[in-house]
Design a protein around this ligand. Structure first.
Ligand SMILES: [Zn+2]
Ligand SMILES: [Zn+2]
Length: 183
């Protein structure tokens, strides 16, 4: 349990359950590791914690990316305007599109760009129904996933199953870390 002050002055805390702040962020690479060791994960409670979480400030819409060991902010993002939608056809499992920076992104060629984003509410629902998820292969896709452009570090947020981006985020400058660690 922890809290931090957003750059906008809002205090963010994950002590409420469920909370509207915290998202678990599994990279495609981390998830592939989990699936390859599915025998070890007969319950979602046994899954390793992801390397990153994202905290969304509901007031200014900034996203704080947090890493662990020790828990600290590693990046700050602010909402940006989506320019023309440059996605091509295909399904989200094998899609390609051009980032605003001009980089061509394809999740079938680069497993490092795609991330699963589970809201606290979604994850609690999965954990509370753990008897249904005796294999990580049975765990439902999250409502949203994110693509990280390796060149400009923009984050593109997609609604699962849709080819439409719902949000675009750009890196912002972090002020000194104002996090409070209770544990
Ligand atoms: Zn804020
Ligand atoms: Zn880019």
């Amino acid at each position: 349990m922890a809290a931090l002050w957003c750059e906008c002055g809002e205090r963010l805390s994950n002590t409420m359950t469920p909370n509207e702040i915290e998202y678990l962020v599994y990279s495609d690479k981390e998830w592939i590791d989990i699936v390859e060791n599915e025998d070890a994960y007969t319950s979602p409670l046994l899954l390793p914690y992801p390397n990153h979480t994202a905290w969304l400030c509901r007031k200014c819409k900034k996203i704080h990316i947090l890493g662990f060991d020790p828990m600290r902010r590693v990046a700050l993002y602010e909402l940006a305007e989506i320019k023309a939608d440059l996605s091509l056809g295909g399904s989200l499992n094998m899609a390609v599109f051009w980032c605003e920076c001009g980089e061509r992104l394809s999740n079938s060629q680069n497993p490092d760009i795609e991330y699963r984003i589970y809201s606290d509410e979604e994850w609690i629902d999965i954990v509370e129904n753990e008897e249904k998820y005796t294999s990580p292969l049975l765990i439902p896709f999250p409502k949203h996933n994110a693509w990280l452009c390796p060149k400009c570090k923009r984050i593109h947020i997609w609604e699962t199953g849709s080819m439409e981006r719902v949000a675009l985020y750009e890196r912002a400058e972090m002020k000194p870390d104002l996090s409070e660690n209770d544990t």
